[in-house]
Design a protein around this ligand. Sequence first.
Ligand code: TPP
Length: 628
Amino acid sequence: MGLLESIHAPQDLHKLDTDELIILAQEIRQEMIDVVSKNGGHLAPNLGVVELTLALHRTFDCPCDKIVWDVGHQTYVHKLLTGRLNQFKTIRQFQGLSGFPKRAESACDCFETGHSSTSISAAVGFAKARDVLKEGHNVVAVIGDGAMTGGMAYEALNHAGHTKTNMIVVLNDNEMSISPNVGAMSSYLNRLRADPRYDKRKEDIEYLLKRIPIIGKQVAKAVAKAKDSLKYLLVPGLIFEELGFTYLGPIDGHDQALVEQLLNQAKAKKGPVLVHVVTRKGKGYKPAEDNPDIFHGVGPFDAETGTIIKKSAPPTYTAVFGDTLCSLAKADPKVVAISAAMPGGTGLSEFARQYPERFYDVGIAEQHAVTFAAGLAFGGLKPVVAIYSTFYQRAYDQVLHDVCLQQANVVLAIDRAGVVGDDGPTHHGVFDISIFRIIPNLIFMAPKDENELRHMLYTALQHNGPVALRYPRSVGQGVTMDEPLEEIPIGKAEVLLEGRDVTLIGIGPMVNTCLMAAKELRYRGVEAAVINLRYINPLDRELLLHYARLSKKMITIEDHTLKGGMGSAVLELLEEEGLEGVALERIGYDGFVDQGPISQLHTAHGLSVKGIVQAAERLGLFRRVAGS
Ligand SMILES: Cc1ncc(C[n+]2csc(CCOP(=O)(O)OP(=O)(O)O)c2C)c(N)n1
């Protein structure tokens, strides 16, 4: 039996001596490599926090003490130490352990995360609740340098420094977001890292001053009074201390004993403390150390060699988007691209390489990305902001107030729209239609395949005013790419198949599911029309009303939540036009969707040929056709 099997709760860690802790760290790394090589997952971030997590769980007493993990993608070690070793093999699988903290999984998961930069806010909340209820536990937020680029982190630091509540922020600094970290804060942390003698130097000077005979103590007092100016002399900036935090560090985050020592020091201090630890992403597994961005979130790979297992497939929508944007940028020097810390994920790496002067990675700052784009647009450029659907939720007011209200010429590329698979409910992009289709002035489209995506991107860049373009996390349909790119008339749907018995209305790749279902329905004697809606806003009212009157039965299908979705838009239209005799079945999600393979999630929620046939059955189509 290995040491890891003997850890049933974090308290068991106290039984281990220094050598055993080193062996345990190795076992944890091996377990994570084995499981992630099969299931996929966030390997590099977790390899980087093994010693830090051990130190945290030896210093603090979970679940009584609260540890809030930012993003939460680095909680595999925490899961292994908090009684979930036996289920670890199921991580990220359908009905398995989540890849992120889950309150329902363990009392040690005190706060759920997935989206970045929330941990300090939540921790201030935990700390203030403790103060009000006169409890005495510790509260710790663990945040990466990448997550530290998100605006919420500063709002929370500002508040924490003001409240002076007892809490600890552990800044896990590995110089990486998913890609190398960017921004002025990142440069500031670099300077702190380059000056590891900060704490020592401060103590040394105070000690030396005290040793000057007679006047020494007075001088030391004067120095304490003039602490601020001394600090300025010793360390450039000191942002955190200025915000009301005691700053400790930076120290080597892989020296578990040292981290433990510093955490104990932090625990003993009053008020908010920031502990700065420096770690290496991918630590202990060479392929991940060499390519921390690739192993940040990785699919299955060969554990021996680190070779990623790739299946040959058509290019992804994301890749087609990136390629198309590169060629459109070649023809139009006003086209610029913006990413919020995800140049690789959004397919913009090649754009960044080809047009470094026209590419902006703003950090994990979706709100800033969108408002920045509005400024660029009014300044005369044509910005394309590529953000995942789930992270666009962060920038709602910026889309509404800064882009659409002012009719800024911004293209909002909504990547990962629809369910995304193993990352689960924090990452599924199933709310963008509901929240964006109601915004006036926003043209909102979704392509049925990767070729149509190219034409839509072209159309979006020709249009004067804001345009949103949603596409999924998946490979394309393998269709032929046609040239030249042409504008798709705004607000015009496409009829792919005629039929009088029922109208199937699809959006995005669900159009293909409609076409397959139409074949199945025809086989059963039902003639279905298939409409590729193309535009969620504006709707092709005329065409939809024509088919509503013709077939009297309609089925909408969308990789999106039902409430407020595309089907709701069609319902509103029918209601507005008083078409009471038309029956409509809507297919989509109801509530938060679990994790699991995308195709399995689609099937489970009726986004399939079978689901459409069942909807047709609910509409009484087979009865009517059989009886006619
Ligand atoms: C609001 C939001 N935007 C983007 C992401 C995607 N994302 C996940 S982890 C990550 C980088 C985080 O870097 P850091 O906090 O330094 O943690 P590390 O992975 O380096 O340990 C990003 C951009 C996210 N989770 N949330």
